[in-house]
Design a binder for this molecule. Sequence first.
Ligand SMILES: C[S@@+](CC[C@H](N)C(=O)[O-])C[C@H]1O[C@@H](n2cnc3c(N)ncnc32)[C@H](O)[C@@H]1O
Length: 267
Amino acid sequence: MKINAERPSLYQHSACNIWTDAYIQQQLLKEHLKTSSDGASRNAESIQKIVDFISVHTCPAISLLDLGCGPGLYASRLKDRGYAVTGVDFNKASVDYARRERTDINYLLADYIKDYPAGRFDAVLMIYCDFGTHSDNDRSRLLKNICNSLDKGGKFIFDVFTPGLIRDKQESRSWDYAPSGGFWSEDEYLLLSQTFHYPDAKAFGYQYNLVTESGNKHFIIWERYFSEEEITTVLKLAGFSRVAVYKGVAGGNDFTSNSEMFVVAEK
Ligand SMILES: C[S@@+](CC[C@H](N)C(=O)[O-])C[C@H]1O[C@@H](n2cnc3c(N)ncnc32)[C@H](O)[C@@H]1O
């Protein structure tokens, strides 16, 4: 039986990805669309607060790129406020849904790390702490592309976990048996979950072994946290001239952790 029970090496890629797995991406789309939950997107009230925050820091009618746009919950609200919006995501179920909902938004099905969208933007968004889910190498590559796609004065607006995440997460292991299927598989499954902390790298790794009759799947999700000083340094080294950090933007919610900060970085 092939179970990956060892501590993964930092930012190790797993063979499977929850966002692109044919079955799980459909379950994630359902989670995104639950307006009262914070499961894959924040709840509707928090989304509205974040959209207001974005509006305060940008001018309508500008061109905006939403990285990891999911089903377009932010893109559609921002389009309604007059922004020209491009959304990119590699979850096909979400992009198909977003395209069906709105034909006046440019949605791209692509991996923004490997295939960053062409063109120039006045602002780039990345919401739900996805900035911290990539390896340091991929994040550096992405930041370079974001900065290059912005004109002087353009803004990168995103959220990221602070070291407060350590209060909410501990190293652990657990299992979950779903006799009639569920979030991870439509068939009976056993899910083995492990949380690992890499304090030197300021990252958590969540490892999942999904065991079903037809075989096993292995997933790892990474979460990197930053102090205000560190994120400011990272962004300035990448070419941003001004960095401002904001707390409490989304209000209280049941997100993975409430220890995130919002960052507005100006080129
Ligand atoms: C947690 S969801 C957040 C979606 C949206 N920002 C929101 O808050 O409603 C993360 C999204 O990023 C997408 N994503 C993650 N890595 C990606 C990549 N490398 N390229 C494109 N999309 C990616 C996922 O498919 C998913 O839809």
